[in-house]
Design a protein around this ligand. Structure first.
Ligand code: 9G3
Length: 567
């Protein structure tokens, strides 16, 4: 492609609202433009990277026997009503009406759609297992779109779905997908970890997330410093054990704690350690209220609460709901004397509290000498807290450390969650109707482009791995006015193209400095500069990633480019 005819609107200045370097650079280098919050256009360079990433994904999906299809983004509400998710999802599900006032969703994912398709076409075990995938636009009305392509409201996902007659068959596909994902992320040059995203089962087996390690990642990975254990912090189980204080149970006392609301305030006011305090949080769980108790120095883990209660939607109660249900404000809540309708569940650490402190459900008052069991019932003890750095690793090896990651892939063993709801059954060898067993597997394709940019960019701009670069070679003349340089550049533009390389030729009448700066910004792996030594038939080849450069006689140019691109 000739840059004088290309559409690559580079920017000098850093866009104000772009906080992370991949977002800044993809905008400045003319790869993307924002249409509205969380909605982006892929300009030509961005589109070329997207296509290279998709090509890698297709190769690895096809290699494991997955078949590509393309489902509609416009999904009739009936599908979501059959699964019940029309009612359980909130404003994140983008809904619209057609001209006949019929309800639709813009697909955030396609479990319902694919299950309906397979249900209607597959009736016998002979047609299973079936592994289907698509690369398609998804819509999720994120509350806070941010970081450019990393969290958008319209984005491209590869989503695959598998259908099986047995758990063993699902396990086989799951493992194939797991390997295919590792191949994809490795071919994209990424430093990634597969982390257990399981609900508590140590050595988790039902779902894994693939995380690209990055300081700007929104997810926190809890990993062991002495094994390859790694889990999303939302799911990482806590295996710590707790010692009871050996002192006799004190009498329960209500004490005034004027204006003291947070655990820290109450603990310092009453001169007690925060681990002897009980933190009470009121949650709204599928329409009812649950008071969750965790130790004062721990944090409640909403995902664990959701999994323990097998709930669909869990959120903190609003201040109004809290006052209405507990007759007290946040900061004075406690488990003593709560209404029957409020279920009280507690993290395991609470069971070891002796003579603790909790809110008195009255503003400005707390209880001391609190003993669980004696002073309040707990309907269920469970692992409800976030794991912390220094906790013992769940696999018994080493201790937990934290790292941040960008989730780029997620694989699930779905089981019969959707096939049951949508009545996707097949007849087995004995003619008995059986419910299909499913798996689903996602990769954030547009997010992957940003994650690659984030991981490889340097202070000069983007740096693309050869496997996904928009072009292999950035060819340019140092002096746009020199006929000699232009002639040699034109000759090798053709020859490099004929040798099978994708070449971006900067033939613009710009100063060398502008061309070099734009070339560093765009991040094509190799730059070939036709400069002062054009008369001797010598050009400069520069490797973008390492900065090393060579003077190369044009006779060796093709071989040098081929060798350098192989890395
Ligand atoms: C919704 C909305 C947002 C959602 C979902 C549904 C995430 C939803 C989870 C998945 C699971 C897998 C297939 C590919 C891999 C991931 N956000 N998820 O189901 F209605 Cl608004 O998407 N789906």
């Amino acid at each position: 492609m000739r840059q004088s005819q290309a559409f690559i609107p580079t920017l000098r200045e850093v866009p104000a609202d772009a906080e992370v370097k991949s977002h800044q650079l993809l905008l400045r280098a003319g790869f993307i433009r924002q249409s509205t919050s969380g909605v982006y256009t892929f300009l030509p360079l961005g589109q070329r990277v997207l296509q290279k990433v998709e090509a890698i994904i297709r190769e690895e999906m096809n290699r494991i026997g997955a078949m590509e299809l393309l489902m509609p983004a416009l999904q009739p509400a009936e599908l979501w009503q059959q699964s019940g998710r029309w009612y359980s999802y909130g404003p994140e599900l983008m809904r619209l009406k057609d001209r006949h006032e019929r309800d639709f969703a813009l697909g955030p994912t396609h479990e319902e759609m694919i299950t309906a398709i397979v249900r209607d076409e597959v009736k016998t075990y002979k047609r299973l297992p079936l592994v289907l995938y698509q690369i398609q636009t998804k819509f999720r009305d994120e509350k806070r779109p941010r970081f450019g392509l990393l969290r958008g409201r319209e984005f491209i996902m590869k989503d695959a779905y598998s259908f099986h007659t047995s758990k063993e068959s699902l396990d086989e596909t799951y493992n194939n997908m797991y390997e295919a994902y590792a191949n994809i992320f490795r071919r994209c040059g990424l430093n990634f970890r597969a982390v257990i995203a399981d609900s508590g089962a140590i050595g988790g087996k039902d779902t894994h997330e693939f995380m690209v390690l990055s300081d700007i990642g929104e997810d926190t990975i809890a990993y062991s410093d002495a094994s390859d254990y790694a889990a999303n912090i939302e799911m990482a189980p806590v295996v710590a054990t707790y010692e009871k204080r050996n002192e006799p149970p004190a009498e329960l006392k209500k004490v005034a704690t004027p204006g003291q609301k947070t655990i820290a305030e109450v603990a310092s006011y009453l001169q007690v350690a925060s681990e002897h305090c009980i933190k009470s949080l009121l949650f709204h769980v599928d329409g009812r209220y649950v008071l969750v108790l965790v130790r004062g120095d721990h944090e409640a883990n909403e995902v664990k609460v959701k999994n323990v209660l097998d709930a669909t939607v869990v959120r903190l109660a609003t201040p109004e709901e809290t006052r209405q249900v507990m007759n007290a404000p946040v900061g004075s809540l406690g488990p003593i004397g709560v209404k029957e309708e409020v279920k009280v569940i507690a993290d395991h650490a609470i069971a070891a509290i002796v003579n603790g402190v909790c809110g008195a459900n009255e503003e400005g008052y707390h209880y001391t000498g609190v003993n669980p069991g004696r002073d309040f019932p707990v309907s269920q003890y469970a692992d409800l807290r976030f794991v912390q750095e220094g906790d013992p690793a769940p696999d018994g090896k080493g201790t937990i450390r934290f790292a941040r990651g960008i989730e780029v892939g997620h694989v699930f063993k779905l089981g019969t969650k959707y096939s049951e709801a949508m009545n996707a059954v097949y007849l087995d060898e004995n003619g008995q109707a059986q419910t299909m067993i499913m798996g689903c597997y996602g990769i954030g394709v547009s997010r992957l482009v940003a994650a690659i940019a984030e991981q490889f960019a340097d202070e000069h701009g983007l740096v693309w791995p050869v496997s996904v670069a928009p072009f292999h070679v950035h060819l340019l003349t140092a002096n746009a006015k020199s006929d000699e340089q232009r002639a040699l550049a034109e000759e090798w533009y053709d020859k490099l193209g004929q040798a099978g390389f994708d070449v971006l030729y900067d033939d613009r009448p710009e100063r060398a400095g502008v061309k070099f700066a734009d070339s560093d910004l765009i991040g094509i792996p190799l730059r070939v500069t036709v400069g002062k030594r054009a008369g001797e038939g010598v050009v400069e080849v520069k490797v973008r990633k390492t900065g090393e450069s060579f003077d190369v006689p044009v006779a060796d140019l093709i071989e040098t480019v081929r060798r350098l691109l192989q890395g």
